[in-house]
Design a protein around this ligand. Sequence first.
Ligand code: ZN
Length: 388
Amino acid sequence: MSASFDSIGMLTRLVGFDTTSRNSNLDLMEFVRDYLAGYGIASEYVYDAERRKANLFATIGPADRPGLVLSGHTDVVPIDGQDWTTDPFAVTPRDGKLFGRGTCDMKGFVAVVLAMVPEIKAMPLAAPVHLAFSYDEEVGCIGVRRLIATLQDRGIRPFACIVGEPTEMKVIRAHKGKISLRARVRGFECHSSLAPRGVNAVEYAAKLIVRLNAIGARIAQEGPFDREFDVPYTTAHAGVIAGGTALNIVPRDCWFDFEFRHLPNHDPQPLLAELQRYAETELVPQMHAVHADTGITWQDLSSFPGLATDDAASVVTLAKAASGANSTGKVAFGTEAGLFSAAGIPTIVCGPGNIDQAHKPDEFVAIDQIAQCERFVRRLVESACVRG
Ligand SMILES: [Zn+2]
């Protein structure tokens, strides 16, 4: 028999594993696997290429028919450079809140689901409850893609999926998608006193960023718009840049990282193509006119699709009833939900905590949110999976 945990006890265990995305998550997953095995529930690992990390998939109840997926990621963002007043890898209760890295994003939801396993297991399940826990969400929703591919290979076709990212237990049926890239500008180096004989990589990168910014400004004016998002249009942004070595050298290299955060039904590819066309037709010819061994190259960093589940979808109805909500929302931040949805699994996002509390020092989840999440999961499983 397994040790039993309440949600806070389980959260304490999970936060104790430092699953910052750069680390292996296997210690945490072994704990989960052993815990589930204590209730006679088998787990399957879907590993990354190096077998350093794994997704975990487990099924409670009859596996031969469509079921409900409860999904969360196990990785957390780094604490590097953050000024914590509590131990980030312990749970510290204070003022009705639980502090610790990942309490909000999103070990809180995973802990609630795991703590409720004995209760779910004891229900007369007519449809299965699947647990789907992933790795490397925070670095581009990487791990869950292998998990979803495995489900598709097996012909597992869930009728609904709940991704428990922090929404303060609101039912979120849409979020933006993202594409992100690195642009590398190769210029031609020379002494800065001879600047016109060189090709200044920093200056050409700056021109590209100005154009990216202009594209963003145009969309902000012209749309498309969806007023249910707090930023109701697709955005463009350059976030990291590096170039040059000394002021008296015309820089040979400069690179920068940028992204489009797009409305789920607004294809960002034409926007990217517009930027690349500007580079190819206007900037590169100017660069080549000075020196042939120059240019601009593009590298995909990461992307994930937006989520746009119909308000009338049964997963929305189920989640609204279970949460007691009479409305749904849309959020700007991305989740794994868009990938589940793209695989044909009706998906919404609903979980404890507020995204404002994620990724920060002294991250926390309110104890009341954990209690709300327990009620939500109980009602959801009862209405979606229990016979009767
Ligand atoms: Zn998250």
